[in-house]
Structure formats: C-alpha cells, structure tokens
Design a protein. Structure first.
Length: 492
C-alpha cells in the first residue's frame, strides 16, 4: 500500500443517524456481511496505520463492543457531545497525545458511514498527499446531485482548492458546484493539531467543522490539494434505509462481478447475494434466489441453488445443493443436498454423501457415500460410509435434559420409520427393520426388530362401526369373495 505508513487513521462514527429511525446505531447497520463501520475499518486497515482510532458517541457501548470483535487493534475514543467533525478529530488527537503518542506524519480521516470506500482509494489519497507535500489533501468526487454535500471551492485561475463550503452555508452560486467533499482527508499531523485549536463555531450549526481546517492552513501559506475518487459512488454516505439498500445493491453488484470474472457462473445476478467474505473456485455455479453469507466457500464445479441460503458453509468440488438452508455446515466433494433440506451447525457430509428431501441434520458427521434420502432428522450422530438411512427416521437425541449421541457404522441399512433412541450404537453391516424403535445397541451384521406382533381382529369394523362406509365396503368385499368362491366351485 502506501510507501509511507500513515501515523494514524481516524474514523468518525459518533453520529446518531436519526434518519435511520432505528434503535441500532447507524454505523452498526449491516450490508453484505459487515457493519457500516466494519467496512470502513477494513478499508482503513489496508493502509496499516500506526494507530487506528474510532470516535464513538451515540450507542458508544454497542459500537465499542462491536469494534472489539471486528477490529481489536482499534482504539475507541468517546465524543460525549457531538459538536462537529472538527471537534471529533480534536478529541481523537488529544486522546492519543494524552497517552504519550506524538503523531508525526500523515493522519487520514474517514467517515464511519461510507461502506463502499475502498482501501485502494485511501491508498491513492495518502500517496498523493505525500508526493505533493500537502498540508491537507481532500478526497473529492463529481456527483450528479450535490444536494446536502459540502462544495469544493477552487481558485479560478489555478484550480487550487481554497476551501469547502457546507451546503447549508453555501451561496446560490456555490450550490451549483458538483465537485463535493467526501469527508475523507489526509493531513499533516502536526499542522492538523495546531489548526484544530483555531476552528470556530460561528456557522449555522454552531459546530466545529473539520473543513475549516483547509482555510486555516491555506491562509497560513500551506498547500491544500485534492485527490478525485475514480467512482463517486465510493464516497456515498448512509443516512436512511433507502441509501442503505442502494449501497447494498452497489456493493453486491461489485462482489458478483468479481466472482464472475474469477470464473463463477452467476445465473441471475439480480436475485443473488454475496457477503464480502465469500470465497469460490472456478466453474462454480450459483442459481437464482441464492444467498451466500458469512465465510461460505464454493469448490470448483459446485452448484448451489436455486432458492438456497448458505451461511459459513463450505461446499466441496462438484457438490450439488438445491433449495437448502445451511448454517455452519461442511458439504463434501460430490455430495448431494436437497431439495428442502436444513443443515445446521456441526453437520459434515462426506464425499458423495446425500441429504435429501425434507431432511434436517445437526451436529452430524456423515461418511462418504452415505445416504439420508428423505423425511428424516439426524441430530448428534456419527454415521459411517455407504450406509442408507430409511425414510421417516428420527435420531432421538434429547431426553428433556441432555443431548445424547447415536453411532451407526458403515454399510448399514436402517428401515423406514425408525426411532433411534440415543445413546445407541449400530455396528457395521447391521440392519434394522421398518417401524422399529431401537433402544439397545445392535451388533455388527445383525438384524434388529423392535416392534409389536401384528394381530388382525376380524369383524371389528362391522361390530364397532356398523352402517359406516367402511362397514359397507367390507360387507361388499365379503359378498364378492363368497361369489368368487362359489363360481370357482362350479367350475371345478
């Protein structure tokens, strides 16, 4: 990244975000698998700054806790009163100074609600700042509609940046300017600290504007520069749910484009969603109405969808996953899953294994070639290789207090409608009869039959349900039987 490592990156994440109309702090709203501030911190981290500082305010306990999870290297600094961006940066620098940190070099300031901002763009900003020897360099962008943004004011003769005027303070002429301030800056650390002490609050909001630093430094004879963003959409801030959805769409389109360029077939990008941590190999195919979330991975030639949602799930090469919900599962090479299957945390399907229609699995280790074709629940179990589990089987793993484990060996055949009451073990090559409730271990090569003897009570319907449709059908069947018997006697 940058040749000169920044002394610090300061992320401004203290705002309340009232237009989100949410109990959740704005910067904790999520798109594509990360919070808004998580995206910004990830981009900032690509610069490898000596210090990463996040200024928090509204919902600071929740935001600080979240940072501890996603960016433990970040230092959270509390802005107890939101008195503007300049105030936020000032208290961040004061916090560092108070802990003995003497910043020397470049300080990059970014907004915590710009999730599309790329690390590469920050790198270009910091590099341009160093190369040009600026006191401050602002990241700018040309936008179709500049309403609400601070305008970049340039000198007519030279085009040099003379200042930034906030929308509410801009004149009618200035509001026609389409080049805007992104809210992202690179500063000389020592000049920034000095200039912040000179920022005033005599504006429409009564706040300390960070943008005023540009005018202060320029008036002191220092150089102010600009670094235009390649794509104005990168600097889009999120202020309401509409903008949140728009950013999600833009980021998702970018993620899908990267996947397709890497050799993944995405049949319908409009109905397919990826998180930023999803990985893949060439020739994977993603069918419509599919979401790949968390750290999901697709192996070469794997097919997922339609109608599947996979979270933190790995899909082996050549596996097929149809109409499936999976969370924390491992699907082996060549395995077959679905349709209408639910794989819960801890499920591992071996190579060529099958979890079929209306099958649910949880904490189950299923061996290579083993099939659980339909209508079954497999929970807390180990199944060996090339075993077949009969339809409508239930691994009874919970006794109301604790979970228990079932072990089934290799090359076993369990009958349809079996209840396997854990803890229980079925040995290699064993069979169980249909309709059995298995409560005891089954030795290898044995047949287990655990069901009552069938008993037919003749005439029960005529006695207990006289006049019913069933009784009339039975009576008619009886007459037909007698007639057939008489006919057979005459023929003899």
């Amino acid at each position: 990244m940058t040749a000169n490592r920044p002394a610090a990156v300061v992320v401004l994440a203290a705002g309340e975000g009232t237009r989100m109309k949410s109990a959740t702090p704005k910067v904790l709203h999520r798109i594509c698998g990360r919070s808004l501030v998580g995206h910004v911190v990830a981009a900032a981290g690509e610069l490898d700054p000596e210090h990463l500082v996040v200024v928090v305010g509204h919902g600071r306990e929740a935001v600080s806790a979240h940072l501890g999870e996603v960016a433990p290297q970040a230092r959270a600094v509390v802005q107890r009163e939101q008195n503007g961006t300049g105030h936020a940066v000032r208290i961040a620098l004061e916090e560092l100074a108070g802990s003995g940190v003497a910043l020397d070099g470049t300080v990059v300031v970014v907004c915590g609600d710009t999730p599309l901002l790329a690390g590469e763009t920050l790198d270009r900003l910091a590099s341009a700042h160093d190369a040009d020897g600026n006191a401050v360099t602002v990241l700018t962008a040309e936008v179709p509609d500049a309403t609400g943004y601070g305008r970049i004011v340039r000198e007519d003769a030279t085009g040099a940046v003379t200042g930034i005027v906030e929308h509410k303070d801009a004149s009618a002429v200035q509001r026609e300017i389409r080049e805007i301030n992104s809210g992202v800056f690179a500063f000389d650390a020592k000049l920034l600290a000095s200039a912040l002490t000179q920022v005033r609050r005599d504006n429409s909001q009564g706040e300390e504007y960070l943008t005023d630093v540009l005018g202060i430094l320029r008036s002191a004879g220092h150089r102010v520069g600009a670094s235009p963003a390649a794509d104005h959409r990168e600097i889009l801030g999120i202020n309401n749910r509409v903008q949140l959805a728009e950013a999600r769409r833009l980021l998702n389109d970018s993620l899908l484009r990267d996947a397709m360029m890497a050799g993944v077939t995405v049949v319908d990008p409009a109905s397919t969603w990826f998180d930023v941590a999803v990985t893949y190999e060439p020739d994977a195919v993603v069918h419509p109405q599919t979401q790949l979330l968390g750290s999901t991975h697709l192996g070469a030639g794997a097919e997922v969808g339609p109608g599947s949602t996979l979270t933190d799930t790995s899909v082996g090469a050549g596996a097929r996953v149809l109409n499936t919900v999976a969370d924390g599962a491992e699907i082996g090479p060549g395995a077959s899953v679905g349709p209408y299957t639910y794989l819960r945390a801890g499920t591992r399907l071996g190579e060529g294994a099958k979890a079929g229609t209306y099958v649910e699995m949880k904490n189950a280790d299923v061996g290579a070639g083993t099939k659980v074709p339909h209508l079954s629940y497999v929970g807390d179990a180990t199944i060996g290789e090339y075993t077949n589990i009969g339809a409508a089987s239930v691994f009874v793993n919970y006794d109301g207090v604790a979970k228990h484990h079932t072990t089934i060996g290799s090359h076993c055949r369990t009958g349809a409608d079996n209840m396997l009451v854990a803890p229980v073990t079925i040995g290699d090559g064993a069979y169980t009869a249909a309709g059995s409730v298995i409560t005891k271990d089954v030795p290898p090569g044995s047949l287990a039959v655990a069901r009552g003897q069938q008993r037919n009570i003749e005439g029960w319907v005529a006695r207990k349900r006289p006049g019913s449709a069933a009784a009339q059908a039975a009576e008619a069947a009886g007459r037909e039987g007698v007639a057939e018997g008489e006919g057979a006697g005459q023929a003899g």
